[in-house]
Design a protein around this ligand. Sequence first.
Ligand SMILES: *Cc1c(COP(=O)(O)O)cnc(C)c1O
Length: 416
Amino acid sequence: MYWKKQTHEQLKESIFKALEQNLDYRGDHPILGVPGTYLDTMEFYPDAPFLKDAPFMSAMVRNPNHIGVHTLSDKSVLEVFKGTQQIEKDLIKLVAEEIFNGDSNQQDGYVATGGTEANIQAMWIYRNFFQKEYGARIGEIGLVYSQDSHYSMPKGANLLNLTNIILDVDPETREITKESLESKVNSALKDGIKYFIVIANLSTTMFGSVDDIDMLGDYFTNINAPFKIHVDAAYGGFIYPFTNPVSRFTFQNPYLNSITADGHKMLQTPYGTGLFLIRKGYFDYVKTEEAQYIPGKDYTVSGSRSGANAISMWMILQIHGSEGWKYRMEMLCDQTERICKKLEKMGVEYFRNPYLNIIAIKAKYMSKELAHKYYLVADSYEQDAKWYKIVVMPHVKPGTIDRFLMELEGEVRGRM
Ligand SMILES: *Cc1c(COP(=O)(O)O)cnc(C)c1O
């Protein structure tokens, strides 16, 4: 994994150059048909002096539309926005090849609105894949995921008429249990499910637990059932590959077919940046032929989307470079490790994956008031919480952690 960090000046030059290659609606171009245009100028006046130094804001104001998927052909989807569409193409290539170790030009992708859309995009593609390639009927396709998975799974299953197959996890290790996998899949087979869309979490939101993608892949291979694995790395996609040098979540692993990796979680990009990546050859299953007015057709759940979002992701990755980002993510893990060591000293039980920055603490060790005071997130707001989690992100100050730990220690001592 390597890409060099760039200076703000270099980024500015690249983005303004890309914006110039788009046809400027303010210029002399005879654009009559394409409805896209710049933001309303009453509030967003284009001659605001700061815009000259603000490439992302300039992209917002110029407002390029990145509708469609830009990695599918060398022709631009909408010629008028070809400059910034190229940045999105470069972004997909960078993330697929440098972060997830894909072979050169063997992956497609786009910047979806978020992890929810990217996960649904994957389910949509595989549902149609099983229908087209195997003649699968609705009612024969199952969506397999652990009980700790994000709620976009049942949401997607509901939209796409997939049958939910929810796997139990061990209450301590949060690993999918082999027994549950076997019994749930066997009963699904008995119910007529023949095809499996399998979700592997590259970190769940609540625990930071990571599913064993090879165990899942081996299991479905051994029982000879058609399956496809989608990795939900909405949360972990921009941290785990940097902290675990022997990650199994790369395109070199044949079990991995597609990935969701949100920018707007660990990468700190604006909301609306949920990256979706998939091996080449799959987008055609969701081609909407009726998208007559889009020269490159449409293949996405979302339709029109802002090019500025892709630009923000590209800029943040470029300003840090791979080494800079790796350092930042390792520092977060070190900080997380320090908290874990202190919890151990206090005898407080917790769950944590060593490559991630989430600590789930057993709720019995702290009062509701303490959890509330520090805005810890509970595993359930309907029943009594069993776990409270801490997410160690750049906004988390060491002093706040120390104060929290001192108060926790006070409570734990008081209970002994
Ligand atoms: C946040 C998250 C999602 C959903 O992402 P949105 O961007 O909120 O749609 C999906 N999966 C996991 C594991 C997440 O952490």
